[in-house]
Design a protein around this ligand. Structure first.
Ligand code: PLP
Length: 378
């Protein structure tokens, strides 16, 4: 039997649990476009209550959740303040601009994922006929491209104070916000209370196969609902999606600390390997970013070598590699991954392995497609 691959490329790779599959099979369903799917209605009520918001809506993806939220907040010609490393800006195909006529005013993210408040202060436009109307601040928590950084409650409180003083709503891309709550050991509403609206994913570390939720004030959710319809996101018997979504919220949120412990274990192990550069103090959730020290071993060679050892990770920038832990990754898998990284880095030192891999074509299988890795990540 082929050895199992330890796949650390993303927590989006998680499969639904057996309980989720069973719940899908048994879910009472109806036509959700008629608002008659009882399971969807229950999930939406549960999500709104958890977040401490008036209402919530199920959408197929995090991208649609963020897009519908931005479109609901903004008029055409508006501008949003968003981080240069934000998923909304980097990976969502410019949707708010293409579909809503909304401009992205990009602020450099601090390494800890924050949008520094002084930078936001400078970025808010005056109310003036020449200026785009600053209409929304978008933050991300945990922050994917900032290595799973968790925004502190103090920062969120300060941001809210600033946003309120300027009359600006704050939208949180909380694709992994339950990881933030687990890392801070707080109820999710303690995070959500600082933002006007939030999008969070059921389908990442929470293991549901499909689905994200948008939560916020009732009139905002009505607008999101209309945009969802316009984008073709009105779903019919979506109870089969909502049923595992409820288990994601009730069961899977409780175990995220295990993923964080495994991420810390991985970071500790990697930090002992000569040839790997990592600041293990920056690992706070389930994402680990590390750097390949300067050597002849290219990113592609490293990743292909790792795949040969039945471990998968992805490139996340020049010489930067990302590994993400989740419910299908055990402590044993982490130990095996550390050994695999050590072996590949060691092999990289003996150039024979690399030239042999090049010779038999193992290094031309499409990891790199000639574009910057930061763009090719999914
Ligand atoms: C931070 C963040 N926001 C939003 C999304 C988008 O989610 P989806 O892939 O469901 O569109 C992702 C997906 O990886 C993400 O990491």
């Amino acid at each position: 039997m082929a050895p199992r691959t330890v796949d650390l490329r993303s927590d989006t790779l998680t499969h639904p649990t057996d309980a989720m599959r069973e719940a899908m099979a048994k879910a009472p369903v109806g036509d959700d476009v008629y608002a008659e799917d009882p399971t969807v209605n229950e999930l939406q009520e549960m999500a709104a209550e958890l977040m401490g918001k008036e209402a919530a809506l199920l959408v197929p993806t995090g991208t649609m959740g963020n897009l519908t939220a931005i479109l609901a907040h903004c008029e055409r010609g508006a501008e949003i303040l968003v981080g240069d490393e934000a998923h909304i800006y980097v990976y969502e195909a410019g949707g708010a601009s293409a579909l809503g006529g909304v401009a992205y005013h990009v602020i450099p993210n601090a390494p800890n994922g924050e949008l520094p408040i002084p930078a936001l202060q400078r970025a808010v436009r005056p109310i003036d006929q020449h200026a785009a109307r600053t209409s929304l601040i978008c933050i991300e928590n945990t922050h994917n491209r900032c290595g799973g950084a968790v925004l502190s409650l103090q920062y969120l409180a300060d941001l809210k104070k600033f946003a309120d003083s300027r009359g600006l709503p704050v939208h949180m891309d909380g694709a992994r916000v339950f990881n933030a709550a687990a890392a801070l050991d707080v109820h999710i509403s303690e995070i959500a209370k600082h933002v006007t609206t939030i999008q969070f994913c059921l389908s990442k570390g929470l293991a549901a196969p499909i689905g994200s939720m948008v939560a916020g004030p009732k009139d905002f959710i009505e607008k999101v609902h209309r945009w969802r319809k316009m984008l073709g996101g009105g779903m019919r018997q979506a109870g089969v999606i909502a049923a595992p979504g409820m288990l994601a919220l009730t069961d899977m949120t409780k175990r995220l600390h295990e993923d964080h412990e495994n991420a810390t274990l991985l970071a500790e192990g990697l930090s002992k390997i000569d040839g790997i550069v990592i600041d293990k103090a920056t690992v706070h959730s389930n994402i680990v970013l590390f750097v390949l020290a300067p050597s002849d071993l290219s990113e592609d060679e490293f990743l292909v070598g790792l795949k040969q050892q039945h471990v998968r990770m992805i490139q996340f920038g020049p010489r930067t590699i990302r590994a993400v832990t989740h419910w299908q990754i055990s402590e044993g898998d982490i130990r095996a991954s550390i050994d695999a990284v050590a072996a590949v880095v060691q092999q990289g030192r003996s150039s024979g392995i690399i030239s042999a891999m090049k010779h038999i074509g193992l290094l031309s299988n499409g990891y790199g497609n000639g574009r910057p890795a930061s763009i090719t990540k999914v």
